[in-house]
Design a protein around this ligand. Structure first.
Ligand code: SF4
Ligand code: SF4
Length: 302
């Protein structure tokens, strides 16, 4: 199905095993309206392309200094200095860099270009029960692009899955739902004030969107990022259990433990995230036991 829709893509991961059933191609759409303090993909959350500097790969050759007409790069005795203010993400320095130390996260692509990559692994999807997953960022922050990708995959007989924060206009969510086989829907905190403190937005729209999906019979699995000391106390877990019990149509509950793997990536994009020890096996057990005691079986996501 040819389409003229286009958008910004942060990355495409083929042969993914953790973003829905079977073997999948995960398409990370660029941009997110939330600012979760623990974000694992903070380099994806700007709504425009982001220049990333991998300092360990820099040869200090100065090619980027010459290439940038805005004077954003400098090489000094202290090393490579990049001043992001005023960078237009034009990519001239990336093209000039001989070592790959510079990259732009967020590439403009058409839906047809993305789908051409997705459809390469049709055989794997068929044999494993897999398909395409839209992730991000927040996929529904680019609603027309997301819908074109979902509709294109659906038309090609590919199973479709959306990982979403749920923070999107309900019209966009329900339009996407018409071409989505499975939702992996985030609940980061039940309480509105806590959700706002942790992510920058409240939870009421997210809850209304979840209930709208369930009301129309959508297949939804919950994904709950848990960060020790932030949203994993007994009161928060009990609130989560009550929230789940009130929605028996939910298919499954996944707990997503905080880890530090996003910290270095965030720093390369000048994005601020917390840096604390990763959740431990004891944390996992405590979460699972507390939820189970409230009648909510859950699983730890890989
Ligand atoms: S992306 Fe463009 S504006 Fe930004 S530092 Fe590179 S050359 Fe300069
Ligand atoms: S062009 Fe690349 S390798 Fe050379 S100084 Fe700039 S970032 Fe470093």
């Amino acid at each position: 199905m040819a389409t003229t829709a286009s958008g910004l893509v942060s990355d495409i991961h083929r042969a993914s095993l953790h973003d829905g059933p079977g073997v999948r191609t995960t398409v990370f759409l660029h941009g997110c309206p939330l600012r979760c303090s623990w974000c694992h993909n903070a380099e994806y959350r700007s709504c425009r392309p982001v220049l990333r500097l991998h300092e360990r790969d820099c040869l200090a050759c100065g090619a980027c200094v010459s290439a940038c007409q805005r004077g954003r790069h400098a090489i000094s005795a202290a090393g490579h200095v990049f001043d992001r203010a005023g960078c237009t993400s034009c990519g001239d320095c990336v093209a000039a860099c001989p070592s790959g130390a510079l990259s732009l996260v967020g590439q403009a692509m058409t839906a047809d270009e993305v789908l051409a990559t997705v459809l390469r692994d049709r055989g794997l999807y068929a044999s494993s029960g897999g398909g395409m997953t839209l992730s991000g960022g927040e996929p529904l922050a680019q609603p027309a692009f997301a819908l074109a990708l979902l509709a294109g995959a659906r038309a090609a007989g590919v199973h479709t899955c959306v990982e979403s924060s749920g923070h999107a206009p309900q019209t966009a969510l329900l339009a996407a739902a018409a071409a989505t086989d499975l939702w992996l829907f985030d609940v980061k905190a039940v309480d509105d004030a806590l959700h706002r403190r942790l992510t920058g937005v409240g939870s009421s729209l997210i809850h209304a969107n979840l209930d709208a999906l369930l009301a129309r019979g959508a297949a939804v699995e919950l994904r709950c990022p848990l960060v020790p000391g932030l949203n994993d106390g007994a009161a928060e877990l009990d609130a989560l259990a009550a929230f789940v019990r009130a929605r028996p149509a939910l298919r499954r509950v996944w707990l997503m433990p905080y880890h530090r793997m996003g910290v270095a990536k965030a720093a390369e994009a000048d994005e601020r995230v917390i840096d604390q020890p990763s959740a431990s096996a004891d944390d996992h057990r405590r979460w699972l036991d507390r939820l189970a005691a409230s009648g909510v079986p859950a699983s730890i996501a890989a």
